[in-house]
Design a protein around this ligand. Structure first.
Ligand code: ATP
Length: 207
């Protein structure tokens, strides 16, 4: 099974990295592909350029085994639609179950994503929830897709929805950018190598 973890990574932080390690272990993933997006359809332009976000991701992920940085969204023209990304990954991995990991915040906006129903033609979606959270989706559509056994994800290549509690560190890229703009110290929220990169490139100095 292959894990897919998309994001803006502006910058990458320990919340992302902890989640990647945990889902890799929980699902016994062969690899997790980190996919930085270029032109996020749902948010403002990132503060750091695509190449800088990529370099920070490389610095952060170089010590993780079974993690691959996948630049297909950066290499593609136009907006970074996840449905196009999954379709292209399906072409590369025709027989493997693909697991797209999204945080609960991202899942809550999923029905606004471009051709969102087609996401399930190519991959399963695993929602990373907070431990103890009882949040359930309100849309009946989800009842049809939801499975309660992680093992069901390995039996099919795509099309299922699964909720997986993981340790969620209360860290966000936007809070880190704000701390840097306010000249506060964000150490221990992200790798030192990434923070050094941010300082040496004078990133995020304005909120
Ligand atoms: P921002 O604060 O700028 O919105 P972010 O920290 O949420 O950024 P993204 O790059 O937008 O980071 O997130 C990519 C993916 O990582 C999303 O699926 C998001 O839900 C998930 N994610 C972000 N922060 C955490 C965290 N602390 N723990 C677990 N997952 C996270």
């Amino acid at each position: 099974m292959i894990g897919i973890f998309g994001g803006t990574f502006d910058p990458v932080h320990y919340g992302h990295l902890r989640a990647v390690i945990e889902v890799g272990e929980i699902f016994g993933l062969e690899q997790v592909r980190l996919i930085p997006n270029k032109t996020p359809p749902h948010r403002l332009e990132p503060s750091a350029s695509a190449s800088m976000r990529l370099e920070m991701l490389q610095l952060a992920a170089c010590t993780l085994s079974n993690v691959v940085i996948d630049t297909r969204e950066l290499d593609r023209e136009g907006p970074s639609y996840m449905v196009d990304t999954l379709s292209s990954l399906r072409g590369d991995f025709p027989e493997r179950p693909l697991l797209l990991f999204v945080g609960s915040d991202a899942f809550n906006g999923l029905t606004t994503w471009h051709r969102w129903r087609e996401l399930f033609d190519h991959a399963h979606i695993v929602v990373m929830t907070r431990p103890g959270s009882s949040a359930r989706p309100e849309n009946d559509f989800w009842d049809v897709l939801q499975v309660f056994e992680a093992g069901d994800l390995a039996r099919y290549k795509a099309g299922k929805l699964f909720f997986q509690p993981i340790t969620q560190l209360d860290i966000s890229a936007s809070a880190i950018r704000k701390m840097i703009a306010e000249k506060r110290d964000p150490r221990f929220l992200l790798p030192d190598a990434v923070l050094d990169y941010i300082h040496s490139h004078h990133l995020y100095q304005n909120a």
